[in-house]
Design a binder for this molecule. Structure first.
Ligand code: GDP
Ligand code: IMO
Ligand code: MG
Length: 428
């Protein structure tokens, strides 16, 4: 198959970056199509850690990397990321769609100001200005990458945006704008110049690659439950981290999508506010959080943790049409005597299998758990798995996996049992 799509099926941080890195080996090109530097994707190669926020994780394997129009780009972050990789000996072969939106410095100010104004009802955003940037795209005042590379066009757009946002930031949010219009022009025009030769029509490039039967890997950011419509609104991100978004975020037909892999963490985590029916607290939570090193890649915040949730995953399956699943972080469950998976909820006395459409209903849901005997996946067992593959998995781990497959009616073809590339099992 030529096109493969990687999608987060929970609240993000499922281990998408690691799986993209594994699949990138046999891909010609890796493409980001939504989100921004709110994403933090980790790739670990022989102990060396790469944290990617805007660049597709395929850069680590020096693959052609594309950022589609659906991504909001903070050019300061992009430059830092490219420079950081260069220091590690990686030259980035990047193409950027000129239609992609630019995160401008006032977007960060608005993101923070809005969170503060929401007080205890805040979303817990990454404060990277992503929401305000997407809002500008929708309200049609956004600055596109194409604008950064033309002095007159940029000056004209900047003049409107600068005075518009200075007014909002200072007079509504009570924030001081520390930068002048001229300073913003100088810095961002210089950044535009630096990236000018990377601008490419990503829609044309991707479609041509697929026409030539090249292998293209599409890398989703965030996760399905953070979808702007279908997630736990308003505690969501501002883009659509679901499979359909790849078509509009790149500029290609839905008919192009062949293999759609849902990445499922073996338990659930969430950063930021919002409902989480299977959430664990205190000691149980501490154990999972520490074993899984569940601290945000982007903001360093402690992630909330809980058991695997099938109503959530049924919704992810319905929205994304996964052709297969990749189960990650199975090793983190090692040593827990009794594992649990929520196979349904009880809502107002009734059993429900599907994730409800609104938070006021989700909040009333009590998870019904199925219990499983635990397994150990320590150094000895992991060595065994690296040598002998899937068949060497502990019987209890196999039962855990096959329950998920049966419930969701999708095969789990990849199992990850460590952050390193080599800690990955695949089967047909
Ligand atoms: P992403 O945003 O979906 O790419 O995921 P993150 O990179 O934010 O978070 C996943 C974290 O788990 C990273 O630190 C990875 O290095 C790590 N990781 C990925 N897969 C595994 C796994 O199977 N086992 C363990 N222990 N860690 C993993
Ligand atoms: P990756 O790609 C986990 C969460 C934030 C917050 C909400 C809105 O690494 O899986 P935003 O800054 O997008 O306006 O914040 O979404 N969030 C993520 N959580 N992983 C991510 O990306 C996330 N990107 C955004 O914590 O709750
Ligand atoms: Mg992440």
């Amino acid at each position: 198959m030529n096109s493969t799509l990687i999608i987060g099926s929970q609240f993000g941080d499922e281990g998408k970056g690691k799986i993209v890195d594994c699949l990138a080996e046999k891909s010609d090109c890796v493409v980001r199509f939504q989100g921004a530097n709110n994403a933090g994707h980790t790739v670990v190669v022989d102990g060396e850690k790469f944290k990617l926020h805007l660049l597709p994780s395929g850069v680590v394997r020096k693959k052609r990397s594309l950022i589609g129009t659906g991504v909001c780009i903070d050019p300061r972050v992009l430059k830092k990321e490219i420079d950081g990789l260069k220091e590690k000996g990686i030259e980035v072969n990047l193409g950027i769609d000129p239609r992609s939106q630019i995160i401008m410095p006032w977007h960060n100010v608005i993101d923070v100001g809005k969170e503060e104004a929401l007080k205890e009802k805040n979303i817990g955003t990454t404060r990277r200005g992503v929401g305000p940037c997407y809002a500008d795209r929708a309200s049609r005042i956004g600055i596109r990458f194409d604008d950064l590379v033309d002095e007159n066009r940029f000056k004209e757009k900047l003049a409107f945006n600068y005075s518009y946002y200075k007014n909002i930031c200072e007079n509504i949010l009570g924030k001081t704008i520390e930068f002048t219009e001229e300073e913003v022009f100088q810095e961002y025009f210089a950044l535009g110049k630096e990236f000018k030769n990377m601008l490419t029509d990503v829609s044309i490039e991707v479609n041509q690659l697929l026409d030539k039967k090249k292998k293209v890997l599409f890398e989703g950011a965030q996760g399905t439950l953070l979808d702007n419509d279908f997630g736990t609104y308003p505690f969501v991100t501002s883009s659509h981290p679901i499979s359909g978004a790849a078509t509009v975020g790149v500029g290609m037909s839905p008919k192009r999508l062949e293999r759609i892999i849902g990445i499922v963490k073996a338990y659930t985590t969430r950063v930021g506010s919002g409902p989480f029916p299977t959430e664990l607290h205190e000691k149980e939570a501490d154990f999972l959080r520490n074993a899984g090193n569940e601290f945000g890649t982007t903001t360093g915040r402690a992630r909330r943790v809980g058991w695997l949730d099938l109503p959530m995953l049924r919704m992810a399956q319905r929205l994304n049409g996964f052709t297969e699943l990749g189960l990650t972080k199975l090793d983190v469950l090692s040593g827990i005597k009794e594992l649990k998976i929520a196979d349904s909820y009880t809502l107002e006395g009734k059993k429900v299998l599907e994730f409800p459409y609104a938070n006021h209903l989700v909040q009333k849901c009590k998870p019904n758990y199925k219990e499983f005997d635990g397994f150990t996946l320590e150094d000895k067992e992991r060595d065994e798995l690296r040598k002998n593959g899937f068949g060497a998995l502990d019987e209890n781990a196999k039962k855990y996996i096959s329950f998920i497959e049966k419930q969701l009616k999708v095969p789990i073809k990849t199992v990850s049992f460590g952050a390193e590339r080599k800690d990955t099992l695949t089967r047909d």
